[in-house]
Structures are given as structure tokens and as C-alpha cells.
Design a protein around this ligand. Structure first.
Ligand SMILES: Nc1ncnc2c1ncn2[C@@H]1O[C@H](COP(=O)(O)OP(=O)(O)OP(=O)(O)O)[C@@H](O)[C@H]1O
Ligand SMILES: [Mg+2]
Length: 293
């Protein structure tokens, strides 16, 4: 049996699980994904949720830098058997656990099938220990992004109000839905001065996705430009902890409350292996939808 076949079999043994898996992604880079992930994780933990953050931007130590952590182990150690999962999971704010992505580790920048299989097997053993798994991804539509976002039931798509960001966001929705099987996208506009401004950006994206794609795209919210975010990054703390009474933190709280009060989409039932299983399905229509902007 080859590795791809073993992977397929492993993933088809999905079982029920209550964990909600949300990937944070974007078409364009540098739009706030890692900050959104880290702060939503912190807020969810403050609400009593057991939260795991997976740093899926492999090879770059995004999450640990923003949270001021210096973890001893990373995903690479887990995959090559040097460390057990419990050793690899770092301790972040409010009890959040973090699976570090391995800064500067080139072998992780494109995971092969056996690495993906080991990653999923490891996650499967801890599925019951968490209520929420947030995955910070790299920008764009690379193989690792497809793997991580495809394994989540839902994606938070961070969009910046620039034409290139919208074009890239559409490209991401297209590839992630057609090739990754992701059906639900929660759009987060960052930065935006108001709900109205965010809605205008969202409508532009929605007009095109509605015409060409089956994926459902909803407006989750917006974050204003606020220099307190940069100040918190320099302090290596989540802004919602460092400066809770600021515009950016208040906006993140509204977003967290909205996201966490929603029922996860029906497709979430089945456990992590089941979710990743969708990735291996053939998607012949993947090339069909046009580029639209
Ligand atoms: N609402 C905002 N107000 C002020 N600054 C912001 C805001 N959003 C993002 N930034 C700035 O953008 C920087 C990049 O954010 P972040 O690292 O979270 O982006 P990213 O999407 O994860 O980037 P990458 O694609 O490189 O992983 C922040 O450190 C901050 O300086
Ligand atoms: Mg990042």
C-alpha cells in the first residue's frame, strides 16, 4: 500500500468529535492573520474554551513571536519522533496551547503525505482535550495552506480593502473551496474604519463568489486600524490582554463573540480525520471557475 493510500485509509476512519476547527487565512500576506488567530484564541480561552493554536505557517515562527514564546520543540520534532505531543505543545496566554510551526525548518515548508499523516494521527489523539482548534496559515494557496484550511470546517478569510487583496481573496476562496472542499468563509475586513466600509468590501467579494462559486461567504466583522496592535506586537502580547480597552481589542471581542456564539456548520461532525479526508477527494471541477476581477 503506498503512502497516499494509507493516508486515505487513516482519514476515512473518522469518528465523532465535538471540536471546532477554524483556519485563519488570506489571499495576500501581511494582513493580520497571526494577530487575529492569537487574539481570538486568547478571547476564546477567557470564555472558558480549551483552545489549541496550530501555527500552520510552517518554517516561520509567527505565533510564538507574537505571543512572546520560545518553545523548545516544534512540529518537526513531533513528526520525526524526537518529542511527544505533550512536550511539543507550548503554553500560551490564558491556558492556550500552541503547536509551534518550526522557525527556519525548510523540511516543513511543503509537508509530504507521510508527514501529513503523522500530523493528523497526533491531532486525533488530543481531539477530546480541546473545544476549539485555530490554525494560523501562511498567505496564499500553497500546498500547506490547502492542507490546513481543507482540514478545517470553516475559514476566517482576512481581507484588506485594496484591489489586489480582493483579487487574491477571490483566488483563495476559489482554490480552497474547489480543491480543499471548504464551504464556509467568514470574511474579516482589516483594517476598516466602519461596519459600512467593511460591508462594501465584503459585497464586492461576495458579488463575484456568488456568481462563480458554491462556497458560502459571510461577513464576520471588521477591525479598525489602531496603533495599539503594533504596540502589543512589540510587547509580544495579544493586544486583547495588553490593551483590552482599545478600539482594536473591542473589535476583536465583538468578532470572537460572534464567531463563538454561532453553531458550527453541519459539515463539522465527524472528527478531525473525517475533515481532512475531504482533501483527498477528486475535484475535477477545480479548474472550471474563472478568474473574476
Ligand atoms: N488593524 C490594524 N491596525 C494596525 N496595524 C495592523 C492592523 N492589522 C495588522 N496590522 C499590522 O500588520 C502587521 C502584520 O500582522 P500579522 O503578522 O498578523 O499579519 P499576517 O497576515 O499573519 O502576515 P503573514 O502573511 O506574513 O503571516 C502587524 O504586526 C501590525 O503591525
Ligand atoms: Mg502570519
Amino acid at each position: 500500500m503506498d503512502q497516499a493510500e494509507s493516508l486515505r485509509q487513516l482519514m476515512s476512519q473518522g469518528r465523532g468529535g465535538g471540536v471546532r476547527v477554524i483556519a485563519v487565512t488570506s489571499g495576500k500576506g501581511g494582513v493580520g492573520k497571526t494577530n487575529v488567530t492569537s487574539n481570538l484564541a486568547t478571547l476564546a480561552a477567557q470564555q472558558g474554551k480549551r483552545v489549541l493554536v496550530v501555527d500552520g505557517d510552517l518554517g516561520l515562527a509567527n505565533v510564538e513571536i507574537i505571543l512572546g514564546l520560545t518553545p523548545r520543540y516544534h512540529l518537526g520534532h513531533l513528526l520525526d519522533g524526537t518529542a511527544e505531543l505533550e512536550q511539543v505543545l507550548a503554553h500560551g496566554p490564558e491556558g492556550v496551547r500552541i503547536l509551534p510551526g518550526g522557525s527556519g525548518v525548510r523540511s516543513l515548508t511543503v509537508l509530504d503525505d507521510s508527514q501529513k499523516m503523522r500530523f493528523m494521527s497526533a491531532l486525533d489523539t488530543i481531539e477530546d482535550q480541546f473545544d476549539l482548534v485555530l490554525i494560523d496559515t501562511g498567505a496564499g494557496i500553497g500546498d500547506n495552506v490547502l492542507f490546513f484550511v481543507g482540514g478545517a470546517q470553516e475559514a476566517v478569510l482576512v481581507v484588506t480593502p485594496e484591489p489586489t487583496s480582493l483579487t487574491d481573496a477571490y483566488a483563495a476562496v476559489k482554490v480552497l473551496s474547489l480543491e480543499g472542499g471548504v464551504e464556509h468563509f467568514n470574511v474579516l475586513v482589516n483594517p476598516a474604519p466602519s461596519e459600512q466600509a467593511a460591508r462594501e468590501i465584503y459585497e464586492k467579494l461576495c458579488n463575484v463568489t456568488r456568481r462563480f462559486l458554491k462556497a458560502r461567504v459571510k461577513l464576520l466583522g471588521y477591525i479598525p486600524r489602531d496603533e495599539n496592535l503594533q504596540r502589543a506586537v512589540l510587547m509580544q502580547k495579544p493586544v486583547v490582554q495588553a490593551f483590552p480597552q482599545t478600539p482594536v481589542s473591542r473589535a476583536l471581542k465583538v468578532i470572537a463573540d460572534k464567531l463563538l456564539s454561532e453553531h458550527p456548520p453541519a459539515s463539522s461532525v465527524g472528527g478531525l480525520k473525517f475533515l481532512w479526508n475531504r482533501l483527498l477527494r477528486e475535484t475535477p471541477e477545480a479548474a472550471a471557475a474563472p478568474q473574476a476581477f
